[in-house]
Design a protein around this ligand. Structure first.
Ligand code: HEM
Length: 450
């Protein structure tokens, strides 16, 4: 009895450490030992992880009103926003963000994306040693800054955003610790720096909102769409600048690291799979010649789209969804009590031979079959989630990834320097932990249009 008790306490701390550093490993072990639903204790709470896509559909669509967003992001973001809101509050926020992602808005973002990536591509020299983890974060950050706030960034610079996002990451990390409220209140140097960086970003966003409101007309930037849609559609008729600011911060957090990680994983898989890389290069040369791609070219590059889809299947940058039960419910025969955490491991079905033959192989071709997307349960492939909380930015992100792979392939091949597997970090975002060193090699390709 005493041993069991000690083990339980030991498990609680071990689970905290693994959840904060190796969620994927912890979940894989739980799945192996317990099957499609497994419970574990952590920080005085009970969590159940679900691995079966049918159970995910039953829970996240059928019982979505009984499952609210989990506490990890809620604690870091503090103020309500689309990413953390529930129920009616979530529904109207979702409606207000829609004008930011219309085809017209996406077309205008695509132009900014192309300019940015072409500029970065043309700065690379043959033989350069690049940290692709760093480069992809830089690209995603610069694109977020320019598409959100416009070309006239003034004080909302990529550095301001980068430092604030690092601050949020630190706060999310603290939220995994036992006595997290105590640690958050401590004047730790990293916490002080995090709060300062977050305040600086807040102030810059407030200034941008005021400029946009003063200009009166709707511009092409995401924040301008957001401000104007809030002005027109807010259910209370009025809104505070703080509400819009919180929404902007949430979208930045939701979109930036996930896209950067997916881009880094794409370059990694292309380097490990030279045949796929050659197919991609052939498509780029045939469809684009040497001209830069735009919004209308994205559907004309199906192989690159398939590379993106396959990357997100093998290495999804968001590998699980986090909820808390607000009522007692039963999911696939497993009882989840009110207050318990429910986690949905979307990575497991994407790696299951039941849904994807030869699941560990990187095979973009599987997405080119006409029936590729039919006949599978919807959560068998859900790198962007699904149902009422489907990622609002999935088109934004997919366009950016296709453009980045196409533009870089017009001039470069990136080769991994090491055959060893680079370490991965899995704290909310599944990504490379440190540098992803690759060598740029010029390829023979149609000359680039200037
Ligand atoms: C590869 C890149 C991305 C991945 C893998 C990704 C993944 C996801 C997933 C899985 C969810 C659902 C979370 C849940 O159900 O708990 C989500 C939600 C969300 N994403 Fe993304 N995302 C990406 C890029 C973006 C971008 C670029 C933006 C914005 C520009 C964005 C904005 C959002 C927002 C606002 C939500 C909350 C939607 C809601 O709760 O109704 N995401 N994302």
């Amino acid at each position: 009895m005493a041993t069991q008790h000690r083990e339980r306490w030991f498990d609680r701390f071990r689970n905290v450490r693994r959840r904060a550093t190796d969620t994927t490993g912890l979940f894989a072990e739980l799945h192996r030992r317990h099957g499609d639903a497994a419970s574990f204790p952590m920080l005085g709470k009970r969590y159940t992880v679900f691995f079966d896509p049918m159970q995910m559909e039953e829970a996240l669509i059928g019982h979505h009103e009984c499952l609210h967003k989990g506490r990890e992001q809620k604690e870091a973001l503090e103020n309500p926003c689309l990413v953390t809101a529930d129920g009616e509050d979530h529904q109207w926020r979702r409606k207000l963000i829609q004008p930011s992602f219309t085809p017209k808005a996406l077309r205008s973002y695509a132009g900014v994306m192309t300019d940015d990536i072409v500029m970065r591509r043309d700065r690379i020299d043959d033989g350069d040693l690049l940290d692709m983890n760093d480069l992809t974060h830089e690209i995603a950050l610069s694109i977020a800054a320019r598409t959100f706030f416009g070309e006239d960034l003034e004080d909302v610079t990529p550095t301001v955003i980068k430092e604030a996002l690092a601050g949020y990451r630190w706060l999310i990390m603290l939220s995994f610790l036992p006595m997290r409220h105590f640690f958050r209140a401590l004047p730790l140097p990293k916490s002080i720096a995090a709060k300062k960086a977050i305040r600086r970003l807040d102030d810059s966003i407030y200034a941008a909102i005021r400029r946009i409101r003063a200009a009166g007309k709707e511009g092409g930037e995401l924040v301008s769409h957001l401000v104007h849609s809030w002005e027109k559609g807010h259910p209370r008729g009025t809104f505070t600048e703080a509400e819009v600011k919180d929404e902007v911060v949430a979208v930045l957090i939701a979109g930036h690291e996930s896209t950067a990680a997916a881009m880094a994983w794409s370059f990694y898989h292309l380097s490990r799979n030279p045949e796929a890389r050659e197919c991609l290069e052939r498509e780029v040369d045939e469809v684009l010649g040497g001209r830069a791609p735009g919004f209308d070219d994205v559907p004309k590059l199906p192989y690159i789209g398939a590379v993106v889809d396959e990357t997100m299947r093998v290495s999804p940058s968001v590998a699980y969804l986090d909820r808390v039960a607000v009522k007692d419910i039963t999911i696939g025969g497993t009882r989840v009590r009110k207050g318990d955490g429910a986690l949905f491991n979307t990575m497991t079905p994407m790696h299951s031979a039941k849904y994807f033959p030869e699941p560990e192989r990187f095979l973009p071709e599987r997405w080119l079959e006409p029936k590729a997307r039919k006949g599978r349960p919807r959560y068998a492939y859900a790198p962007f989630g699904s149902g009422p909380r489907l990622c609002s930015g999935f088109r934004f992100s997919r366009i950016q990834l296709v453009l980045a792979l196409a533009i870089m392939a017009q001039r470069w091949r990136f080769d991994l320097l090491s055959s060893e597997e680079p370490p991965v970090l899995d704290l909310v975002i599944y990504k490379f932990k440190g540098a992803l060193d690759m060598r740029a090699r010029a390829r023979e390709a149609p000359s680039l249009a200037t």
